[in-house]
Design a protein around this ligand. Structure first.
Ligand SMILES: [Fe+2]
Length: 249
């Protein structure tokens, strides 16, 4: 079975559309979203409505922040969260469409377990909020604890930095493995990258294809200047949220 794993869309509709076009061209029908559908980007409603059609979705910290009192966010992210909330609480759209979005967000699970595959937003230890950065491979205590919580493979997002963490203590970026990594019988955590706000210096949208035990990282160009123009036009969204899309940071 071939499945697309996408994460951290962050209200970026142009990036989401480009990724979904690519998913279709690859002949993939099943799509899992690993959270952070909204927050930062200018099209939270449209992105949410698209994700409701997917086969599975996990709760991200920004999705959670739209529902409950946001905690641990910087001022720029916080303003974007409050603006996103307003967008979800106001039109256009029928009251039914509005409550459908809130219900969808409110019912998102924090993880999905499919035997040897675990899907989370952050980490196997704290599925919604914990970051696992490439440099964490030097923190053996943390890595041991994280690997201790997975049966075999964990797929996650949250840092917006794609790559594979091996149990032997390596982080392998998509470039380093030629955008393709074969999972073996040893444990691995795979960060699927970010659709709407990549932070690995590559501005192209990122997602991952999982087919049997083969992981493929895809990079997809999208018209980010359109997204940036929308962010610049919205005073509640800091210009920096647009600028970073250009550089992938
Ligand atoms: Fe995120």
């Amino acid at each position: 079975m071939k499945r697309a794993l996408i994460s951290d869309i962050h209200g970026n509709l142009e990036a989401l559309r480009a990724v979904l076009d690519d998913v279709r061209e690859q002949g993939i029908r099943e799509i899992y979203c690993l959270g952070d559908i909204i927050g930062y980007g200018p099209n939270p409603r449209e992105c949410l409505d698209t994700v409701t059609e997917f086969d599975a979705c996990i709760l991200g910290n920004h999705d959670q922040a739209a529902l409950f009192d946001p905690d641990g966010f910087n001022p720029v992210a916080l303003r974007a969260i409050y603006w996103t909330r307003e967008q979800l609480e106001s039109g256009p759209g029928s009251p039914a469409a509005m409550s459908r979005r809130w219900d969808f967000l409110g019912e998102l699970p924090s993880s999905k377990n499919e035997g040897e595959f675990l899907f989370v937003h952050g980490s196997p230890r704290e599925p919604t909020n914990e970051y696992v950065f490439p440099e964490d491979v030097y923190n053996q205590t943390k890595m041991r604890s994280l690997f201790g919580r997975i049966e075999l493979f964990c797929f996650q997002g949250h840092t917006h930095v794609p790559g594979v963490f091996t149990e032997s203590g390596e982080f392998i970026s998509p470039e380093e493995c030629g955008y393709c990594y074969s999972l073996s019988d040893t444990k691995a955590m795979v960060n699927v990258g970010s659709v709407g706000q990549p932070r690995d210096s590559d501005p192209r949208a990122c997602y991952t294809i999982l087919e049997e035990r083969q992981v493929r990282f895809r990079r997809v160009e999208y018209p980010f200047e359109e997204t940036i123009a929308k962010i610049y036009a919205q005073p509640s969204l800091d210009n920096m949220l647009g600028d970073r899309l250009r550089e992938g940071r």
